[in-house]
Design a protein around this ligand. Sequence first.
Ligand code: B12
Ligand code: SF4
Ligand code: SF4
Length: 375
Amino acid sequence: MQLEERLKDKARWLGFDLVGIAPATPADGFDRLREWLDDGCAGEMHYMHQQAEARRHPSSILPEVRSIVMTALNYKGQESGVRDQSGVKRLESGVRNQESGVRNQESGVRGRVASYALGADYHDVMRGKLNDLLDWVRQEVPGVHGRGVVDTAPLLERDFARRAGLGWIGKNTMLIHKKLGSFVFLGALLLDLPLRADEPFDSFHCGTCTACLDACPTEAFISPGLLDARRCISYLTIELRQPIDDTLRPGIGDWLFGCDVCQDVCPWNRKAPSGNDPALQPRADLVALDPMDLLGMNAEDFRRRFKGTALWRAKRRGLLRNACIVLGNRGDPEAVPALKIALTDEEPLIREAAAWAIERIRSQESEVRSQGSGQ
Ligand code: B12
Ligand code: SF4
Ligand code: SF4
C-alpha cells in the first residue's frame, strides 16, 4: 500500500472521521480573508489581523511544508439539532452525570452552551491525535519534518479542508461533509513530504436553501458565506472582552457560550451520525448550566469547574457577563437578587451586564403590569 493510503488508515484508526491531503499552496481564500479583515468583520480578534499575512501560505507555520493532511473529527452530540420547545438541548444516553449537573437539570433554569464546548477541550483532543499521527509518519519516514495544528495556527483550515476534498464551504461559512454534516472539528498535519494530493471538493450543495441565513438570531450574515463576526453570538459570548452592544443582547437569548443555530437548522446535519469520541461526549454539568448558579461562582469555583473545557476561554468575567444577559433576556424577577449581588462584583464587565439585566427585567415587569391593567 502507498504511504498516502497507510497514513489515512492510521488517521482513521486514531479516531479521525475524515482525512484528505491538500498540496501546500497559497490559501485559495486569502483575498477574501483580506477583504473581510479590511471591512472590520473580525472585530476585536486582533490575532486575526496580526497573523493575516501568515495565512497567505502554510509555509509560515512550517517553512519546508509540501503537503497538508487535513483531518476532521465528528463532535455531533446525540442532542445536536434536536431541541425541545424551550430551546434547551435534551440530555441523552452517554452523558456523564455529575452532581451539579443533576441539580441544575432539576432546577429547570438553564442556559445553552454550543455543542462544540460540551465535552473536553477539542484543541487537546485533536492535538493529541495529530501528534500520534506525526509520530507514526516519523517511524515510516525517518527524518521527516511535520507539525500538527488545530485552530490557533495561522492556517485557513476550512480552505485547506475543501482543498483536501473533505467538503464544501456552506452559506453559513461552515465546512460541510455530505454524510457527517458540519459538526466536525478540523485539524491539520503539515509535512515536508510531497504526498499525492486528493481532488479538491469543487461542488456546492446548499442549492437554494437559506435556512442558516434566515435563522441567525443576530443577523450576522452579510451575504451567503460572509459572516460579520462582530454580530455573531459565538464571537460576542466567547471572544469579545468588552461589553456587548445593547442592540445585540436580546438576540443572544439563552446562549451562555457560543451558538449552534446556523448548524442546527442545516438540513445536512439532520441525518448526520453522532460522534463517538469518548472525550467529546457532552458532560451533564455543561449541558445544563444554570446562569444563576454561575453568578455565585468565585475565581476558584470557576477554575475548578471549567479548567480543561472550552469555556475556560471566556474567563470568569466573560461567562458571568453572559449569564447576566441570559437572565435579563429571560425576564424572570426571581433572578433579581442574584443580579443585585453581581452589581457589587469586582469586574466592571459583570457589574454593567447585571445592571442592564435588572433594568430589562424591571421594564418587562412593568410592561406586563400595564398590559394587565389594560393601559
Ligand atoms: C475566527 C474564527 C471564528 C470567528 C469567525 C468565524 C468566521 N466565519 O469567520 C467566530 C468567533 C465568529 C467563530 C465562530 C464559530 N466557529 Co470558529 N474559527 C475561527 C478560526 C480561528 C478562523 C476562521 C477564519 O479565518 N475566519 C475568517 C473568514 C474570512 O474565513 P473563513 O470563514 O474560514 O472563510 C474562508 C473560506 O470559507 C473561504 N470561502 C468562503 N466561501 C468560499 C467559497 C469558495 C468557493 C471558496 C474557494 C472559498 C470560500 O474564504 C474565506 C477566507 O479564506 C477557525 C480556525 C482556523 N484556523 O481556520 C475556527 C473554525 C472556523 N471555527 C469553528 C467552529 C466550530 C466555530 C463555531 C461553530 C463555534 C460555536 N458553535 O460557537 C462558530 C460558527 C460560526 C460560523 N457560522 O462560522 C471550526 C469550524 C469547523 C467547520 N466544520 O467548519 C474551525 C475550523 C475551528 C476548528 N479547528 O475546528 N469562529
Ligand atoms: S453561530 Fe449563531 S450568531 Fe453566529 S452566525 Fe451562526 S446563527 Fe448567527
Ligand atoms: S442551512 Fe442551507 S444554506 Fe445554510 S449551510 Fe445548510 S444547506 Fe447551506
